[in-house]
Design a binder for this molecule. Sequence first.
Ligand code: VG1
Ligand code: CO
Length: 575
Amino acid sequence: FKVSRVETMPIDGQKPGTSGLRKKVKVFIQPHYLQNFVQSTFNALAAEKVRGATLVVSGDGRYYSKDAIQMAAANGVRRVWVGQNGLLSTPAVSAVIRERVGIDGSKATGAFILTASHNPGGPHEDFGIKYNMENGGPAPEGITDKIYENTKTIKEYLIADLPDVDITAIGVTNFGGPEGQFDVEVFDSASDYVKLMKSIFDFESIRKLLSSPKFTFCYDALHGVAGAYAKPIFVEELGAQESSLLNCVPKEDFGGGHPDPNLTYAKELVARLGLSKSSSQVEPPEFGAAADGDADRNMILGKRFFVTPSDSVAIIAANAVEAIPYFSAGLKGVARSMPTSAALDVVAKHLNLKFFEVPTGWKFFGNLMDAGLCSICGEESFGTGSDHIREKDGIWAVLAWLSILAYKNKENLNGGKFVTVEDIVRNHWATYGRHYYTRYDYENVDASAAKELMAHLVKLQSSLGEVNEMVKGIRSDVSKMVHADEFEYKDPVDGSVSKHQGIRYLFEDGSRLVFRLSGTGSEGATIRLYIEQYEKDSTKTGRDSQEALAPLVEVALKLSKMQEFTGRSAPTVIT
Ligand code: VG1
Ligand code: CO
């Protein structure tokens, strides 16, 4: 093949957000748009991570672009690994970087992941691209800042005139270029990941659970890439019925749906689990779960019961050592993102574990894990994971829950009362207390209005006395505000500092209000409001969460002048 240098000019707005660069497809297909970003990424990496290196290029199937492969060849990359049909889930990419060894002993040093994750797909929706490093995790801020700087000065990119490679068939295609050989290897999307899962969990005990008449199961991939893993794992390895898989055929546009596993968007699953008005009279399954487009998120449901993601990570941490072989030697530590509820903190304290609070986005967990400081971590945004890889992992979370259910019911499968998801959560609350939690999202708000609202909130923080008076005027039944700031994180491993990571108001009784602007949206601004209240008294942990949180919600909305700034009388989504 031949390599050409293409002249280009900087394009505005290529700053990677919480998880890579995400824009509407119509923005991405502009001339030079994707190419500028890919070349800026190559230019931000150390030379040996490009020349002669092995890179993974794959995604959730929403849109496939061969440009990244052609540019890899042109920049001297030795070989590119592609999941069959261009499909690899985000956690599988992380696993492939860390675990996979090529036929000639090669190992990958990085990956381009082509996904906009939980955002909708198709020609009028979103596309995204992000780069993951040698540890399998998202590029840290040091690299993403450099990529962004490069996008502002780029003058040319390199591209090879490679003929089309058939990515539907497994196998290696060799090419000869100006600097020698270049290979494209297409491999099975699931096998490395399945192997890793089998090394972490006791598949035999989960298989027993799934085959018990006392247990019924349902998994919804929302037409995302999780579908490519659900069948080999849940059906072929664990013996679940095929009929327990919903929407497990990956589709470019996710069947027109919004591939975000929450109570609003995973409608079909929510109805099946008996959690919506349209639920039928049929007895719901004992367990249900869903994933997002790139399969790094998870939602866990019991029969007529929703497990908040903040509770989920706390419960997994509390039970991991007994229920999951990978953790049998103990946990190194646990971590959560700042807006995630403090349920995990209470478990960490109880079990005497190292604990970390990091900014939103998975990239901050990786350093802790690489340094051996953290085994299990999670985010309120339906992200849970462990140090088996450096991404959150939707199917891992489901297997973790199945392991806990299998462990709690070891003696009960043949006789005795079945311990349900709801029982596990309620018992957890009885031991550790409950963190009532909700998140309000205001999507696609005018960007300057969102900025003004945030500025207003920062200004309020200068006088706690005044804020407390305002709070008392709004509701007399909330506790005293004792601290207000903008969250700032100093990485304990490399000392790097991340500022402006969310506005916090902390109350005397442990309640919190947090405001953030989203870094994954593709249009306007999204304001996220996180509301949390701790209840230690075990006689009061059974309330409806929206009802329990009503006073704090009222305070948050009035204090922030949400409606005045945004013109919205209600959030777009409540989770
Ligand atoms: C959101 C979530 C964050 C998550 C990120 C990527 O970011 O809040 O917790 O890590 O999405 O998830 P933001 O900046 O929009 O709040 V995924 O599944 O889209 O990679
Ligand atoms: Co995702």
